[in-house]
Design a protein around this ligand. Sequence first.
Ligand code: C2E
Ligand code: CA
Ligand code: CA
Ligand code: CA
Length: 278
Amino acid sequence: AKKEGRNRFLIFRDDMEGANLERLRLETDLRNAVSRGQLRLHYQPQIDVQTGSVTGAEALVRWQHPELGTVPPIRYIPLAEELGIIDEIGEWVLRQACRDLTELRSRGHELRQVSVNVSALQLSRDFVSVVADVLEKNRLAPDSLVLELTEGVMIDNDDGAMRNFTALRDLGVQLSIDDFGTGYSSLSYLTRLPLSELKIDRSFVQGLDQGTKGGELVRGIIAMANSLHLNLVVEGVETAEQLAFFSEQRVHAIQGYLFSAAVPVEQLQGLLSPGHFA
Ligand code: C2E
Ligand code: CA
Ligand code: CA
Ligand code: CA
């Protein structure tokens, strides 16, 4: 009967019904992904280009689907948000990332911090409690944890969101704005939020290749981050030319395929050995 079901699935694939079926299946499977142990974390190192040292690593979740293989996050993170299960996935990611950091340090690796992506929908009082709990369980200094939020969190910029931000900052964790410059919210939130970092979006890095205007824009962002005393991390650096631009601009850290894609924690260990990127 199972085989027959699969055949039927194939027959419908090309039409609307097929697309709906596939989505339904993805939904069902995603609801079970955490309990079935199908999620993994990969880590992308962040490099201080002045010293060549790894300053941190961003945790990026991977879903290992038994039949579909590795499903990219853009296919299931928005779906998880829609289904209301992003909390569960996000909590798993947070706990795993903190366990991994603790484990790496216990093996003698020096890693200052780990960054975790947080969906705007996760931001709640419960989430603040989970963060407090996970820090305590792992006996982690709170500033070892960086929470990356997108500008979207500021769109329904209510008191509740602000209270949660403040509660997180009071715990001592670092808050970062991810994909900076791609949202359409007013920049005034930059002075109101207790932030420690901005991550400049990859689209700006690509914009550099398109001529001088792109460079001016990026220089403006860097100047602004500096004047607000925010660390600036650049994501998506792929070429030596892009690297040259940003090392001259003295940004704090660079992330990108030029140095490394996101890798399993076992592989990250090798990248943490002193001098690897120097
Ligand atoms: P993001 O947070 O902006 O993460 C950066 C994405 O760019 C990652 O894709 C990373 O693998 C990719 N990337 C890094 N360096 C380069 C580069 O040099 N060139 C190019 N072309 N790409 C690069 P990934 O892992 O597919 O993640 C996509 C998005 O999914 C993330 O974008 C983030 O928004 C979301 N995501 C991933 N993990 C989580 C998670 O645990 N929770 C939540 N809420 N979202 C997550
Ligand atoms: Ca991110
Ligand atoms: Ca990003
Ligand atoms: Ca991005």
